[in-house]
Design a protein around this ligand. Sequence first.
Ligand code: HEM
Length: 421
Amino acid sequence: MSRPVSRRQLLGAAGAAAGGFVVGGVVGPLAAGGTGADDDPAPRADATAVAFHGAHQAGVATAPQAHVVLAGVDIAGSAAELAAVLDTWSVAAARLTAGAQVGERSPSSRLPPVDTGEADDRPPSRLTVTVAVGASAFDRSDRFGLAARRPPGLVELPAVAGDDLDPRFSGGDLCLQVGADDLQVALHAVRNLVRVAEGRASVRWSHVGTGPPPGAAPVVGDGASSHRNLLGFREGTANPRPGRPRFDDAVWVAEGDDPSWMVGGTYLALRRVDLDLGAWEELTLLDRERVIGRHRRSGAPLGDVAEDAPLELEAEGPDGRPVTDPRSHVAVAHRASQGRRPLFRRSYNVVEGIPQAEGAGAGGLLFLAFCRDPAEQFTPVLEALAAGDLLGTYQRTVASGVFAVLPGLRPGDSWSQHLFG
Ligand code: HEM
């Protein structure tokens, strides 16, 4: 048997060579040469490829994909290791997004292939790789020398009613959000990004979620567009719409915000919520709609027919009582959001086994919200919901955290430049 070869040997050259691989957003041919048996076929320009480079990372304003893999990643070592991982991922993520393998092919079929290969022959499937940094990367022990650069937006979330946090799902120096319309493409990307980080990065926790079907229209309100959670209700109705000024103002860290190196980035607030689906399924339709504060099928405000009709919380029925219960999820969240920039929610369903009233299966929501300032936009809404949301009875939160989503990259740049300056 031949002597094992470290992936570092394989990938060192590959990482450097692959930087110019995607040119101006158009997929170009792979570096020339090589007729190894395991050649990576040159990716073709493909309508399912999402542009990787730009002021912002993809995977935030991108219409939600059918699947997401979210992983908390720990870094072994010091600043050099963290920078190396980010440098490698800056190149590898661009390649994967374009539908290529994670690195240049191995120079010889006598070496282990660089890529595990299970995404070969599949289109990019709107793959996006979004990289974010956790509070532990800036912690007081200052492993990475970053303590003084901690963004004020990277807040600790308060403990709230309904929290049942599982330490196995908390923390992470980095967070990878990988979305794709093909689950195998998403899982392949996470697996290979961790592999090429070569013993420096290890997965601390992960969640796999399902989103809207491929091809769903990205805009809510047209009936066919929205995504439904496991309660059967439409998700994302009241969101700001990507491409509109209100979205940009609410989501992206902008000039004048602190720190300047986060400009173009955003913050991810994450809550992994387990839902008590057994108790929920015992509720009548009317009670379910009262708890949420919207009609189940249409997503319209109660008493209305259009999903995008404005929420009139003051409206009263013939009995003089509010049409929408003031303790409903939507009423509490809406009131707590007044006068603030809105959150942009991009949540996915999570299922373990088949959820059933009596049994081992569990289901819930991987609540993902992006915002420019979590202390201003997220924490007050979280606290208001924990204090008085009817939905609270049916949920417990097992994971929680905030991550700083780094700005987007120009071709040839690395996320380590943003983080370390
Ligand atoms: C158990 C987990 C949750 C479920 C099942 C859930 C479900 C929903 C549903 C069905 C809607 C109405 C449609 C829409 O606009 O998307 C909604 C709205 C909303 N939710 Fe949640 N949600 C959950 C957790 C949260 C959390 C943790 C937050 C923030 C801390 C939050 C904040 C909001 C906001 C801001 C709205 C929009 C309210 C408005 O109309 O202005 N939700 N949610």
